[in-house]
Design a protein around this ligand. Structure first.
Ligand code: EPU
Length: 306
């Protein structure tokens, strides 16, 4: 491990805090793409207090670390990473209703939040039906679909700062943008978020959810392993449309294939991290050379120089 934090100290701290710490944990097991090598330590805190304490432990030694949610927007290289990884998967996955608002723990999966809001007759989240991410990850990247963004509904975020302090933040007008948020900008780890819905008939909300699901099923390769869209959309356009026009659907490197259903998805049919990353780079280069479009990654790529 490159980080200064001594292995013993981190493992000891985790044990004292009751935080599970897995050693040399393969990250492919924790991502939807299903590729990638190990992290030296995977820490699985169950509550805000132990998460904050682990972050303080890492911060005190100046150690770098990474944070994983549902792993649906991360591609890990075969060599793995040199940093410890904090997984938010075990953070309290609870939801409580507060009038027209719903407080959801970072570990709640977005489809569950969407369904629960529909049951409570609160609309606004229908667009997110089927987004395979966690509340923490989707707030961090301001996940969106069909011109709607999760950040529009977020009224409060409880998070841990890089110094290990627990804070409560009310987002301002510039705190969310296309696939960006103050959470990522300030290196925060989301513990919980509060979403505001509009009171509406649950049957009407469910109908819009069905439409979102049908659109996604018809236009995205949901039955295969992927990380969702690989590239951000270029200003005023769609990366998928650009790649499709170039005839790149079906292009493959090893077991990684550019989907026939949506050209901005790489599907993993038994490939390695190297296959996926080589295909992504190849496609990016083609878009630049042949369409003059400079694409940037929407997914996070986790790779450390050995
Ligand atoms: N298109 C093609 N060929 C393709 C893919 C798309 O011609 O292979 C065309 C479509 O026909 C449509 C246009 O491109 O006219 C836009 O396509 P789509 O509605 O699928 O939306 P997108 O811009 O490609 C965005 C988000 C998705 C989100 C969808 C649905 C980004 C990078 N992607 O895709 O988010 O689900 O809208 O609203 O912003 C993700 O973030 O992982 C993701 C999948």
């Amino acid at each position: 491990m490159r980080a200064d934090v001594s292995e013993r100290t981190l493992q000891q701290a985790a044990a004292e805090l009751g935080v599970e710490c897995r050693v040399n944990e393969p990250l492919g097991l924790h991502t939807t793409m299903g590729v990638g090598g190990p992290a030296p330590f995977l820490l699985l805190p169950k509550d805000a207090a132990s998460l904050a304490a682990i972050v303080r432990e890492l911060a005190s030694s100046g150690a770098r670390y990474r944070v994983l949610g549902a792993g649906s927007n991360v591609i890990v290289a075969d060599e793995g990473v040199a940093t410890p990884v904090i997984s938010c998967a075990r953070l309290a996955a609870v939801m409580t209703r507060e009038g027209d608002r719903v407080r959801a723990g970072a570990g709640v999966l977005v489809p569950r939040l969407t369904r629960e809001m529909a049951t409570w007759g609160l609309s606004g989240m229908e667009f997110a039906e089927g987004i395979p991410g966690s509340v923490g990850g989707c707030v961090r990247m301001n996940a969106g679909a069909g011109g709607r963004w999760i950040g529009d509904l977020v009224k409060e975020v409880v998070a841990v700062t890089p110094a290990g302090d627990l804070v409560r933040r009310v987002p301002g007008p510039d705190d969310f943008g296309y696939r960006r948020s103050f959470v990522a900008r300030e290196g925060l780890i989301v513990v919980a978020a509060v979403f505001e819905g509009r009171p509406e008939d649950p049957a009407t909300i469910r109908e819009r959810m069905r439409d979102s699901r049908a659109y996604r099923l018809a236009t995205q390769p949901l039955s295969e392993r992927s990380s969702g869209c690989i590239f951000k959309n270029p200003e005023g356009g769609s990366a998928g449309e650009v790649l499709d026009r170039l005839g790149l659907k079906g292009l493959s490197v090893g077991g990684a294939v550019l989907s026939d259903v949506h050209a901005n998805f790489i599907v993993n049919r038994g490939g390695t991290g190297a296959d996926v990353l080589a295909l992504a780079e190849r496609v990016k280069q083609e878009a630049l050379d042949r369409a003059g479009v400079a694409l940037s990654f929407e997914v996070e790529i986790w790779r450390d120089a050995p």
